[in-house]
Design a protein around this ligand. Structure first.
Ligand SMILES: NC(=O)c1ccc[n+]([C@@H]2O[C@H](COP(=O)([O-])OP(=O)(O)OC[C@H]3O[C@@H](n4cnc5c(N)ncnc54)[C@H](OP(=O)(O)O)[C@@H]3O)[C@@H](O)[C@H]2O)c1
Length: 280
């Protein structure tokens, strides 16, 4: 990263030297693994991968607004657990992300509660099969709504607050973009859109706001999905280069890297998939 390079390793044509000092100061200012005084809004942050991200960012000092939809009990339990470690550092907020008109409330409630917003994590998602012949208006609205439309409108609503704090956005996509998941047409389309949204937002919100994505492979089997039987799970694991399933903390650590330790990275999609996406 530029902030870590010594001046004499730069060739004169690498960067205009007059701009280097400005760059270096900015990069060093942002280069801290300590998230103290940072405020995070995470969607779907009460359970599973979302909860792992919440715990990881909180452990590094962040205050959290944890959004949930139906998982009130899990959200309250996580809030109690984290506030026990650090009093008043976590609030929770309910909302169905398909209610586009209400998305800006998530931002205003966060800034009202904590005074600012530094980091938006678009994690919430629905995941269900939609093979050709089974696509209908309802599953289109649900899958596109949660995986693509909500991140778009929420990021738009957050833009001013994030510009003020020179903050960042991380979108949680999926390894199934270049190689769509068979039978999951709408989900794959939505996550592909989220990848493009990540790059578009990186352009739109620069230079103040960085926007990146993490593209997980298998880290936690879906709940209530009969397709994921023992035989299917073994096949998925055998397709990874590392011959194992990952862990939600692998995603959480990648998110933490992008928000805290990557001041010169924007518009990037970080694969965290045990190499499965290049081995299908
Ligand atoms: N698990 C994996 O191995 C894997 C692999 C590839 C990609 N990913 C991606 O990683 C992220 C997290 O994965 P996950 O398996 O932990 O996700 P998940 O359990 O399927 O869903 C996360 C949360 O999304 C929320 N949600 C869904 N629809 C919503 C809506 N309309 N409004 C508000 N919230 C809504 C739910 O909140 P409530 O419970 O509060 O209703 C849910 O707990 C997702 O973006 C997923 O696509 C995961």
């Amino acid at each position: 990263m530029l902030g870590e390079r010594s001046l004499d390793t730069l060739r004169s044509d690498d960067v205009d030297i007059r701009h280097y000092n400005i760059f270096q100061t900015k990069a060093n200012k942002q280069l801290s693994s300590n998230l103290q005084n940072k405020v995070v809004l995470i969607t779907g942050g009460a359970k599973r991968v979302g909860a792992a991200i919440s715990r990881e960012l909180h452990a590094h000092g962040a205050s959290l607004m944890i959004h949930y939809n139906t998982s009130k009990q899990a959200a309250e339990a996580l809030q109690a657990e984290l506030n026990f470690n650090r009093a008043n550092s976590v609030s929770i907020i309910q909302g169905n992300l398909l209610d586009t008109d209400k998305l800006s409330n998530l931002i205003s409630e966060t800034t009202k509660q904590f005074g600012q917003l530094d980091i938006l994590i678009n994690n919430a998602s629905t995941y269900k099969p939609t093979p050709i012949g089974k696509i209908n208006e309802e599953n289109w609205q649900d899958l596109i709504g949660s995986n693509l439309k909500a991140p778009t409108f929420l990021s738009q609503a957050a833009a001013q607050a994030l510009k003020k704090t020179h903050g960042c956005i991380v979108n949680i996509t999926d390894m199934h973009v270049e190689s769509p998941k068979k039978g999951y047409v709408v989900y794959s389309v939505a996550k592909a859109g989220l990848v493009t949204l990540t790059k578009s937002l990186a352009q739109e919100l620069s230079p103040e706001v960085r926007v990146n994505a993490v593209a997980p492979g298998p880290v936690l089997w879906p709940e209530n999905n009969q397709e994921f039987d023992e035989e299917y799970r073994k096949r998925v694991i055998s397709q990874t280069l590392l011959k194992c399933i990952g862990n939600p903390t692998d995603i959480a650590k990648a998110v933490k890297f992008l928000v805290a330790d990557a001041p010169f990275i924007t518009g990037h999609i970080l694969a965290v998939d045990g190499g499965r996406s290049i081995n299908l």
